[in-house]
Design a protein around this ligand. Structure first.
Ligand code: HEC
Length: 192
């Protein structure tokens, strides 16, 4: 099921570890999926079995990565994805039985590490391109479920509000899923 999730605090809390190179989804993980999963899950190849496209980063972030999604930031052990790729006997095993080459143990470990590091797909750093449009202040944002995060306001486009977390990750969040006060704040900041 495609559930929208609110901004996982864990992602936000995970700063970069000095000295350790964080795994990069595009350069470290996607090539593995490209070789073994793109026949069925790729925007580039124009296929989306189970509506999953592993190279559609915006979609990945919105629907497949999150506390209730199949890729749980910080929790490889609880992520369905890990079960699918690790256990050939699982009914949902990926690739499906007899339908492609399985990931090696080393590749599975890389995927687990990427999840453990927060499952980021495209952290967007505030750079010169957005400077000036991003408000320098951190505001508290609350969603309709009462969860709160601190983030900078980076714009309101259509019905989505762009929020920039302290670690540079940018989120587009549906305006109507914010509580009324946060919706009002987004409109007020957009009007400035
Ligand atoms: C031969 C085609 C095929 C290949 C190759 C394949 N998959 Fe799948 N995948 C499917 C199909 C079909 C589904 C939908 C299953 C369902 O809905 O019951 C699916 C579903 C999934 C899902 C669940 C999506 C959701 O809704 O949460 C994940 C995650 C996944 N695949 C990951 C992978 C990964 C990672 C690989 C590579 C190791 C891979 N798949 C390779 C066919 C494939």
């Amino acid at each position: 099921m495609r559930t929208l999730r609110f901004l996982p605090l864990v992602l936000w809390a995970l700063g970069s570890v000095p000295g350790a190179r964080a795994l990069d989804y595009v350069t470290d993980i996607l090539p593995i999926f490209d070789a073994k999963c793109f026949d069925c899950h790729s925007k580039r190849e124009g296929v989306s079995k189970g509506s999953l496209q592993l190279d559609n980063l915006a979609d990945m972030e919105e629907f497949y990565i999150g506390p209730y999604a199949s890729m749980k930031p910080g929790k490889p052990g609880e992520s369905d994805l890990v079960r699918y790729i690790s256990d050939p006997a699982d009914p949902d095993t990926m690739p499906p039985k007899g339908k492609g080459e399985r990931l090696t143990a080393a590749e599975i470990n890389l995927v687990k590490s990427w999840l453990a590091e927060g499952a980021k797909v495209h952290p967007e750093k505030p750079g010169p391109a957005v400077a000036g449009t991003v408000s320098p202040d951190f505001h508290s944002w609350r969603n309709a479920d009462g969860r709160e995060i601190k983030a900078r306001f980076a714009g309101l486009s259509g019905q989505k509000v762009d929020l920039l977390l302290a670690n540079g990750v940018k989120y587009s969040y549906p305006l109507e899923k914010l509580d009324p006060a946060s919706q009002a704040l987004a409109r007020e900041l957009a009007a400035r």
